[in-house]
Design a protein around this ligand. Structure first.
Ligand SMILES: [Zn+2]
Length: 307
């Protein structure tokens, strides 16, 4: 485990050394959480409680800081672009979150304007309005939202997002906690109807890694984010099968760095080292930690730099 003190100058220097060595202009992190303060406090309270239940896993929040301090930390790391993943757990909440996210993006130029959705009447309209007002990525959380992603109320929204090529980071794997509609089957039904939908499967689909690799192999617009995957923490919970490493290498242009910052129980740099120790090579690391995200969001900075 990395023993660098999280959020310290030492940690920032170590993160910067990681991408400087690769010749990158920084990192692109598609999975970071910024949300209204009282929602974030509830998320932290949830993770605090996880460690107190029987056989619970300790989940100390490493970057339990004020919003401006969290922004300062991630900028010190050299993250060029990041997201504000937020998600509703009940009807009538998505639009309120989206209003907050629009404001956050307006005052945070390095944040990719993020929106969310829920199966409810009117969803197609507010998804359309969000994209028209500049949303560049959506977040959906099938376990927390406890909905079937193939719910017919969502169908026109998925269709619109597919048509506009808007990426959707979706937590649809059954880890760390399964839900009624998690796993590859429900989301597979969505993809069968919308094969061009740009889904970014969060956490590499943990623990159903191989099923989600299969969906990415089958659908050319499906991507996977690395969030928490391959870290000591995730490996203890649900290890990535070594036999699937060649498939991960082959999908190198559709794997994107994600971290879950700030809600992680270890220093940020550990996610980067966890990717490095997979031994898939520097080209793979460059693609995953920067170039794939930069291309997806049109950020530039992917000009040929390798000799
Ligand atoms: Zn997350």
């Amino acid at each position: 485990m990395d023993d660098t003190r999280a959020g310290s100058e030492d940690e920032a220097a170590e993160v910067r050394r990681f991408w400087t060595r690769l010749g990158l202009p920084g990192l692109v992190d598609v999975h970071t959480h910024f949300m209204p303060e009282r929602v974030l406090r509830k998320v932290w309270a949830y993770f605090d409680a996880v460690g107190t239940v029987d056989n619970g896993v300790e989940w100390p929040i490493t970057y339990r800081l004020e919003e401006d301090e969290r922004l300062a930390v991630i900028r010190e790391f050299g993250v060029r672009a990041f997201t504000a993943m937020l998600y509703p757990h009940k009807p009538g909440m998505a639009q309120w979150l989206n209003r907050w996210a629009t404001d956050f993006a307006a005052r945070t130029p390095d944040c990719l304007h993020t929106s969310t959705l829920f199966p409810e009447p009117g969803v197609e309209t507010y998804v359309r309005e969000a994209v028209e007002s500049g949303a560049r990525v959506f977040k959906a959380h099938v376990q927390v939202g406890a909905y079937d992603p193939a719910d017919e109320l969502l169908d026109p929204a998925w269709g619109f997002l597919a048509e506009t090529g808007t990426p959707v980071v979706i937590h649809c794997g059954s880890g760390p906690a399964p839900g009624k509609h998690t796993g590859p089957e429900p989301i597979g039904r969505v993809l069968a109807r919308h094969p061009r939908l740009r889904l970014v499967v969060a956490h590499m689909g943990l623990p159903e890694y191989e099923d989600f690799l299969g969906l990415a192999e089958r659908y050319g617009e499906v991507r996977l984010d690395t969030t928490m995957a391959f870290t000591d923490f995730a490996e203890r919970m649900a290890g990535f099968p070594r036999s699937a490493l060649p498939r991960l290498a082959d999908l190198g242009d559709r794997v994107l760095l994600g971290s879950d910052f700030p809600n992680i129980p270890y220093p940020y740099v550990h996610q980067l080292h966890a990717l490095q120790r997979l031994d898939l090579g520097d080209d793979w690391l460059r693609a995953v930690c920067h170039d794939n995200g930069a291309r997806l969001f049109g950020l530039g900075g992917t000009e040929v730099r390798r000799g």
